[in-house]
Design a binder for this molecule. Structure first.
Ligand code: NI
Length: 181
C-alpha cells in the first residue's frame, strides 16, 4: 500500500524548496489515491495556466506528471514512470515553470522523442511527438530527477532572471520563518 497523502491539502511549491531537487521514486501502487492525486494535479496545473505539472512540484516524491499542451480536455495525459527513447533533432525554446513564477529560460532539448510510461490505471503506453508536446514531457521528466530549468541558464539568462530568482529565495525564507514562528 502507498503511504497516505493529504490530497486536498496539496499546493504548488516554489523554487528553492528542497523537494524540487530530489530524485523521485517509481510509482508501484495504482490505486484510488493515485487517481485522486492525478485529478488534484490537473486541477492545480489548470489554475496556474500551466501545460504540465510534476509530482515533486506538489511535494510528492513520485515519478509522475500530468500535462496538456493544447488546453483541450481530450489532450489531458497522466504519465507514470516515464522513459524516453529515439531522440531526434535539437530545438531551443523559452520555457517557464509553475514552480518558478516570472522566470523564463531558453532550453536546448531533442526536438522529437518517444515517451514510454503507464497511465493512471497502470496501462503501459508508447507515444512519439515533437514540438511543444516533446518539450513538456522532457521538462516534466527533468523534475522527477530533481532538475529544473535554472540548471540550463546561460550567463545572459542568469542576469535576466536574477531579480525574479532573488524574490523567490526571499519568499521561501519568509515562508519558513512564518511556519516556525
Ligand atoms: Ni516545471
Amino acid at each position: 500500500m502507498a503511504a497516505p497523502i493529504d490530497i486536498g491539502g496539496l499546493r504548488i511549491v516554489h523554487y528553492p524548496a528542497p523537494v524540487l531537487r530530489r530524485v523521485c521514486k517509481p510509482v508501484e501502487t495504482f490505486d484510488e489515491q493515485l487517481e485522486r492525486l492525478i485529478a488534484r494535479m490537473f486541477e492545480l496545473m489548470r489554475s496556474g495556466n500551466g501545460v504540465g505539472l510534476a509530482a515533486p512540484q506538489v511535494g510528492v516524491e513520485l515519478r509522475l506528471f500530468v500535462c496538456n499542451h493544447t488546453g483541450e480536455p481530450g489532450d489531458d495525459r497522466a504519465v507514470i514512470n516515464p522513459e524516453f527513447g529515439d531522440p531526434e533533432g535539437v530545438a531551443v525554446m523559452e520555457e517557464g515553470c509553475l514552480s518558478l513564477p516570472n522566470v523564463t529560460i531558453a532550453v536546448r532539448r531533442p526536438e522529437k522523442i518517444t515517451l514510454r510510461g503507464r497511465d493512471g490505471s497502470g496501462e503501459p503506453f508508447e507515444v512519439r511527438a515533437g514540438e511543444l508536446q516533446a518539450r513538456v514531457w522532457q521538462h516534466e521528466t527533468d523534475h522527477l530527477d530533481g532538475r529544473m530549468i535554472t540548471d540550463y541558464m546561460s550567463e545572459a539568462a542568469k542576469i535576466a532572471n536574477r531579480r525574479a530568482l532573488k524574490q523567490l529565495h526571499d519568499e521561501y525564507k519568509g515562508g519558513k520563518k512564518r511556519k516556525t514562528a
